[in-house]
Ligand binder design. Structure first.
Ligand code: NAD
Length: 283
């Protein structure tokens, strides 16, 4: 059977270690030529060498995704090295755990710059490069967007990427570019940053990599604007957030709202921290 990414050229950000490294290696095994991108230039070069030693094609690039121009530079490198751009895994990210009341301005800025601006920089550059020719973008999000202890900032950045995924999927449908999201769980340096019990940290990144390769490849041709969850114990698709419980009416006084919340909308009131369900405590 033909390999899923034969003759494709793809960019993987944050690919020097952890999940990004596993995605890059898995994509190369499925036939892709890979741009291994990371702010850790030496780490990215090492992963590109590892791919080459294994018989694959890879080049590396060392820069922060949040720097203006990094998206275009990655696209240019991919074109120069491999002639085309067919896909992007928007994976680079930082965790920045901590209580919302205690995080300093520099941490807040860096987390948003990396996890949101970085994703926009690379995603829009890839979208422009693939427009009209076809391609796929996989945005890496997290179950923490549903609400997770000491991860409000991180979760908010991932919620932003969920919004980007839904919006880009609509725009991409007119350009031939599919945009989906993946919420992984695997034991990496990032999971170790959270500390705590090893039991909840997930399994090996290699076990999650096929989900990212699947969303990048034509095997997922029917999927656009979808969110896949792969945590090493199950595979799931997330239902889009929706206004699930409604009461018709135009004039909403305080008393009328009170009545609706206690009445027909009572079913929609979830205890704090439980609205997110089982994924709430996971990065
Ligand atoms: N590990 C998990 O269980 C888990 C769960 C949900 C989501 N994620 C997401 O998966 C992605 C990878 O996570 P991981 O666990 O492999 O983390 P990791 O910390 O092990 O690796 C992250 C990589 O991103 C790179 N990076 C960080 N900032 C960068 C920047 N500004 N520009 C370029 N590269 C940068 C790092 O150098 C590193 O190589 C992240 O987006 C993370 O939020 C991970």
């Amino acid at each position: 059977m033909a390999r899923a990414l034969e003759d494709r050229a793809v960019i993987v950000t944050g690919a020097a270690r952890g999940l990004g490294r596993a995605y890059a290696i898995a994509a190369a095994r499925e036939g892709a030529a890979v741009v291994v991108a990371d702010v850790d230039a030496a780490g990215a070069a090492a992963v590109a060498s590892e791919i080459a030693v294994g018989g694959g094609y890879a080049v590396s690039h060392g820069a922060s995704v949040s720097a203006a121009g990094t998206g275009e530079a990655l696209v240019q490198l991919c074109r120069d090295a491999f002639g085309t751009v067919d896909g992007l895994i928007n994976n680079a990210g930082v965790l920045s755990p901590g209580l919302a009341t205690e995080q300093d301005a520099a941490t807040i800025r860096n987390t948003i710059d990396t996890n949101v601006t970085g994703v926009i920089n690379c995603g829009t550059a890839a979208m422009r490069a693939m427009s009209g020719r076809g391609g796929a973008i996989v945005n890496i999000i997290s179950g923490a967007l549903l609400g997770s202890d000491r991860l409000a900032l991180y979760g908010a950045t991932k919620a932003a990427v969920l919004g980007l995924t839904y919006g880009w999927a609509l725009e991409g449908a007119n350009l031939g570019v599919r945009v989906n999201a993946l919420a992984p769980l695997a034991w990496t340096d990032m999971s170790n940053e959270m500390g705590g019990d090893d039991a909840g940290k997930g399994g090996a990144p290699d076990a999650i990599a096929p989900a990212a390769v699947y969303l990048l490849s034509d095997r997922s041709a029917a999927l656009n604007g979808q969110v896949m969850r792969a945590d090493g114990t199950q595979l799931a698709l997330m239902a889009p957030p929706a206004f699930a419980y409604t009461v018709p009416g135009r004039d909403w006084t305080l008393d009328a709202i009170d009545e609706a919340i206690a009445g027909r909308l009572a079913v929609g009131v979830t205890p704090v921290g439980l609205g997110a369900g089982a994924a709430a405590q996971q990065v």
